[in-house]
Design a protein around this ligand. Structure first.
Ligand code: ADP
Ligand code: MG
Length: 704
């Protein structure tokens, strides 16, 4: 039967919002600020809450301070001018049981327009007192004829997240119009069998139920459906990405995993590996010898010994005649890794070099890399930005990967034979979140510290005790220990003038309470050669105290440094504090972390308390999640996965697991989501990907 064109909805979901009545250019830009461009977006702008204004209370029963919904006829209505240019609408409402006042502050005009005498209205709000019982600024709905359009009260009403310039009333109106015009035209993207098996509401029911539900139970099942849909699409995306990144490479030889370099390592290491290190190394070696490129993320708390794990991968790559590119987020860290790796790999006959912004003759180094003369090159991201060509790149190691972010995408874009990728992170995140953020990677966890490590004793030091602290520092230094003093005064991105207070502070301390102690200073504005010289002086023990900004936050490893003093500690984030603390406690000597400064906010105090209470990165990460909320934590956008419309990575953790399993099962059955029945799903996925790309403009120019 041919379709009657008048039956099809007037708009399509992908139409821009301004197709709806009442949305002009100004409101388009307000909506745009909330990420709402299309009618589809509006339909998927989910309420953050609901108010149950469905049941009507007789006015006589409206008790003081109760939140009620009443229905009645307006018997009096006044527009009252207040001082200044303010106005107030005051109306009186009557039903069969009694009468009640209502005021609308700042909206006196309502009395002259909608609230005319004799009009029937529904109001919802809290009963206060203004010349008798009175609702102040209640939600309202005017009842006209049979066309009762109850959007704001007289039902369960949605409460949307607001952006500046928009009101609940506007959003409710527009979402209602969107539902009426295209609600039924939104295709069902979830396969029917899956939906049935999981008991998920269909899209045609779920959309209206999410916005204008008939019962609160309806909202629960609608939310469940959309949360699943969102997390399912994300899982499909990361798994497809994984598929693309790890497709078996035809000429991939696989690394040799029991070659001479690797075997020699055991004799060269000064310590036996921990069980966790052994396990993770064997996971890595299994990947390396397999037909698919490795894509592995190693997570382990600061100081658990990730470098030596990476070293094994480097040795295996070298055994197969492959080069390694080893990336670190800072030059200091790159230099430090170079020191460790050189010490072990050069005696084995491998050539290890560093490549940072300050490499003296980059062109020459690049030639050695492209000719294959250099086996291992350690550097910052300069390493890749300079269009370096490798002779035979087999392995990319990325240390402190949380500092990079966009690399996965960059690697994705890279052409040619895919190197193995090993990423390392000291910022532990809950497994379910990792499944999303790093969903395309295999995860390895180092959950054991080298033996003999003592927990770092962490204490807050009140201002009055600071002189005692300096005395203590002197004593410890005489005993042969070293200390860091970290100061947040300098925003590293700022100009040199921002340094002045830091320099003055350094001057004061080094000539005052610490006079005579060999100190050195390190900050982000120094040129790399200076930095290197300072680090060398501290590492050798010539300088006993390193006065520094947060440039030492990641990775720096000096075993004799057992004291960390953090000034204005509450100004730092919790994971950052934990990273800083991780600079000490790297040997069997007792270590201390002293937190200075009074927190100015309750959250600041909680951060410091959390740090004093635990040494475990996993505890700290969880506390951080609680304090900051997942929004800031997850960085989905950075991972190129777009923003979440409805799911909450913490609250919906179990759905992440379910979505992962279902996505895996579906892709196994239908590789690449081919097939006509999956077309709506593939389309939804493509749409989500396009949106994510729009919201994520930056990228890295990488040639591997
Ligand atoms: P992170 O995981 O924070 O990168 P590192 O790799 O810098 O930690 O290791 C921290 C310190 O622990 C280094 O000095 C390293 O030599 C030492 N280390 C690593 N593994 C062991 C081990 N199994 N036994 C003893 N010391 C170890
Ligand atoms: Mg490290």
């Amino acid at each position: 039967m041919p379709e009657d064109p008048t039956d099809s909805p007037p708009f399509r979901p992908e139409d821009p919002v301004d197709r709806l009545p009442g949305i002009g250019p100004k409101r388009v830009s307000l909506l745009e600020a909330a990420g709402l461009r299309t009618i589809y977006d509006l339909l998927h702008y989910f309420p953050r809450d609901y108010r149950d204004y469905a049941s009507i209370t007789p006015i006589a029963n409206a008790a003081q301070d109760a939140t009620v919904t009443v229905r009645g006829v307006i018997t009096a209505s006044r527009n009252i001018r207040l001082r200044g240019r303010q106005s107030l609408a005051h109306i009186t409402l009557r039903d069969q049981t009694g009468s009640l006042g209502a005021t609308f502050f700042g909206r006196g005009f309502l009395a002259d327009t909608v609230f005319r005498k004799g009009t029937e209205v529904i109001l919802s709000g809290k009963v206060g007192n203004f010349k008798g019982p009175c609702l102040s600024n209640p939600e309202y709905e005017v009842l006209v004829g049979d066309e009762e359009d109850r959007l704001n009260t007289g039902r369960i009403v949605p409460v949307y997240p607001l952006v500046e310039g928009l009101t609940q009333r506007m959003l409710r109106r527009w979402v209602r119009d969107a539902l009426d015009s295209v609600g039924t035209a939104v295709p069902e993207c979830l396969p029917a069998t899956l939906r049935k098996r999981l008991g998920l509401t269909g899209i045609a029911q779920a959309l209206p139920a999410a916005h204008f539900p008939n019962s609160l139970e309806d909202t629960v099942s609608a939310r469940r459906r959309f949360v699943f849909e969102e997390l399912f699409l994300i899982q499909l995306e990361v798994l497809l990405r994984r598929e693309r990144l790890t497709t078996a490479v035809p000429d991939r030889a696989g690394h040799v995993v029991n070659g001479p370099h690797l075997r020699a390592l055991d004799c060269l290491l000064a310590f036996p590996l921990t069980g966790a290190q052994e396990r993770v190394i064997s996971e890595i070696l299994r990947d390396l010898s397999g037909p698919r490129p490795m894509l592995r993320l190693v997570q382990g708390d600061v100081g658990c010994g990730k470098t030596v794990v990476a070293l094994h991968a480097v040795a295996a790559a070298a055994d197969g005649g492959f080069q390694t590119a080893f990336m670190a987020p800072t030059e200091i860290l790159a230099e430090q890794h170079a020191l460790v790796l050189r010490g072990i790999l050069e005696p084995l006959g491998l050539r290890v070099e560093t490549f940072t912004r300050s490499t003296p003759e980059p062109a020459k180094l690049r030639r050695r890399i492209s000719s294959g003369e250099t086996d291992v090159v350690i550097g910052t991201h300069t390493l890749f930005q300079e269009k370096t060509r490798f002779h035979r790149l087999g392995l990319v190691v990325i240390d402190e990967q949380h500092r990079f972010g966009v690399l996965q995408r960059a690697l994705l874009a890279a052409k040619g034979p895919r190197p193995d990728l090993l990423q390392m992170s000291a910022t532990p995140i809950p497994r379910t979140i990792a499944l999303t953020l790093y969903g395309e990677m295999d995860l390895s966890i180092i959950d054991e510290m080298p033996p003999g490590r003592l927990p770092v004793k962490t204490r807050r030091v009140p201002a009055a005790k600071v002189p005692d602290l300096y005395r203590y520092l002197r004593e410890q230094i005489e005993l042969g220990f070293q200390a860091y003093i970290v100061c947040p005064l300098v925003d590293e991105s700022e100009t040199k003038t921002a340094l002045t207070p830091l320099l003055r502070h350094f001057e004061e301390i080094s000539t005052g309470p610490l006079a005579g102690v060999p100190v050195a200073m390190l900050h982000g504005r120094m040129d790399p050669a200076e930095k290197e010289a300072v680090m060398a002086r501290f590492k050798s023990g010539e300088a006993r105290i390193l006065f520094s900004t947060t440039v030492i936050e990641v990775g720096v490893d000096v075993a004799k440094a057992t004291i960390m003093v953090i000034e204005n500690a509450a100004d730092f984030g919790l994971t950052q504090l934990h990273q800083l603390r991780g600079r000490v406690g790297r040997s069997a000597d007792a270590s201390f972390c002293f937190l200075l400064g009074e927190p100015r906010t309750p959250d600041g105090k909680r951060r410091l308390d959390a740090l004093c209470a635990s040494n475990s990165g996993f505890d700290i990460a969880e506390e951080d999640l609680k304090l900051r909320g997942p929004g800031e934590f997850h960085g989905l956008r950075q991972a190129g996965l777009g923003d979440l419309r409805i799911a909450d990575l913490v609250r919906d953790a179990r759905v992440i697991d379910l979505a992962r399993r279902e996505a895996q099962a579906l892709l196994e059955k239908h590789p690449g989501l081919k097939g006509r029945t999956l077309a709506p799903l593939a389309k939804a996925l493509a749409q989500r990907r396009a949106e994510a790309e729009n919201s994520h403009a930056d990228g890295l120019d990488v040639t591997l």
